[in-house]
Design a protein around this ligand. Sequence first.
Ligand SMILES: Nc1ncnc2c1ncn2[C@@H]1O[C@H](COP(=O)(O)OP(=O)(O)OP(=O)(O)O)[C@@H](O)[C@H]1O
Length: 245
Amino acid sequence: MVAPPDNDVLWAHGLTHTHDGSPALHGVSIGVREGEILAVSGPRGSGKTTLLRCLSGQVLPQQGEVWFNSTPVHTMRPHTRERLRRERFGWIDPEPALVPELTAWENAALPLMLRGTGRRAAKTAALEWLERLDIGGCARKRPHALLYSERQRVVVARALVGSPTVLFADEPTAPLHRAECAHVLRTLAAAARSHRITVVLATTCAETAALADRTVSLLDGRRVHSVSLPQASGTEGRAACSLSV
Ligand SMILES: Nc1ncnc2c1ncn2[C@@H]1O[C@H](COP(=O)(O)OP(=O)(O)OP(=O)(O)O)[C@@H](O)[C@H]1O
């Protein structure tokens, strides 16, 4: 076994995983430094989501090791991994999944309330993030009354509200239009840098990857030196993004 380097908040070695026999990762090793924004880039089906799920302890790789702050995640019991995810990690999916019965602020405040933060303090923190993401006016609306892009901003607020140590963002701006994409990514990057949140960002977009401090590339489940990703100018609407951070 190789010891993880001290300055990596996340470190994985030899990750191999298949989904029902369908190969997703082959011997992927990766280190994520504290406070960095790391892009995991690659075309669709290259293994980005599987890698993020392995790193965040959602999926146990069939082979390989994952370490968080020098603690092995791959040998943790399920409830310990759940607590780690709840207390130290944030997650943004490409699809904005919210609890339909709760308002926008209640959805955004959920991670704090699950940790036992009082309703009032959780509400204040959630409202601050909704304001920063320009949807403070939607705080009392339920998800059905929000635009798709507004729902995704609530998801981003929910991921940031608990100041996670590591934020995993799986194509976080895929559902957004060009201007919204840039704004959400700028907010996310600024929040990460000001709160020293480490970000692992899966993307198929070259301009989103350019936001990161560093990029690792995947192709067919393997680390490769680089991959060619589409530029925003060659795409339309939702997939496009334009950044200046
Ligand atoms: N639940 C699953 N069941 C079966 N095969 C899966 C499952 N999830 C992923 N795969 C397969 O594993 C491979 C890697 O998928 P993964 O979602 O990790 O890649 P990705 O780069 O995130 O792709 P995308 O951008 O489309 O989400 C693909 O061939 C995919 O079809």
